[in-house]
Ligand binder design. Structure first.
Ligand code: ADP
Length: 163
């Protein structure tokens, strides 16, 4: 069985992430989406909230599971016996950063964890979790960026009333 892991912050999940999840789920027999519990960043949503949001957003894709992890991705992947990491590329600016992570993971895992990249669907190439948060903080329209139930939760975090 070919299994892959899609790690990220997903704070919050966007249509760009969901597009990558949908496409990767068709390439692999199973896809584990892994929410990184990162102590450095101050997230809008807790890890538990992000896991629950992702579960709801992917509930119709049977071969996707949602988990969270702490520490190095290579350690978590080894624990789960997963040898492929999936990442998304939006623009050349993502490439340099992603290339470095991919090469580091391959080196640190002695070739046990490889990375495959899916290029973003053009309509989502501008989308990032941070821009969603910035727009929402000013009560801007994020309906084109995230599912409706996610938009409500994001607005609530910024104290905006939702109907
Ligand atoms: P991180 O904080 O690890 O960068 P993110 O949650 O921002 O995690 O993103 C996880 C992965 O999804 C990264 O590989 C990122 O490039 C990719 N990604 C984010 N937004 C998009 C998008 N709109 N289209 C395609 N890939 C995306």
């Amino acid at each position: 069985m070919k299994t892959a892991i899609y790690p990220g912050s997903f704070d919050p999940v966007t249509f760009g992430h969901l597009d990558i999840i949908m496409r990767a789920s068709k390439i692999f027999d199973h896809l584990t989406v892994a929410v990184l519990n990162n102590n450095v960043k101050t997230p809008l949503f807790s890890v538990e909230e992000r896991v629950n949001i992702l579960k709801e957003a992917t509930k119709d894709i049977p071969n996707v599971s949602i988990e969270s992890f702490q520490g190095l991705l290579i350690d978590y992947a080894r624990e789960k016996d997963i040898h492929v990491s999936v990442r998304g590329l939006r623009a050349i600016t993502d490439f340099e950063y992603e290339l470095q992570i991919a090469q580091t993971n391959r080196k640190l895992s002695n070739g046990q964890l490889d990375t495959i990249f899916l290029t973003t669907s053009l309509e989502y190439s501008y989308l990032s979790s941070s821009s969603v948060k910035e727009i929402a903080s000013f009560h801007g329209d994020i309906s084109q960026c995230v599912p409706e139930f996610v938009a409500k939760l994001v607005y609530e975090k910024y104290g905006h009333s939702v109907d």
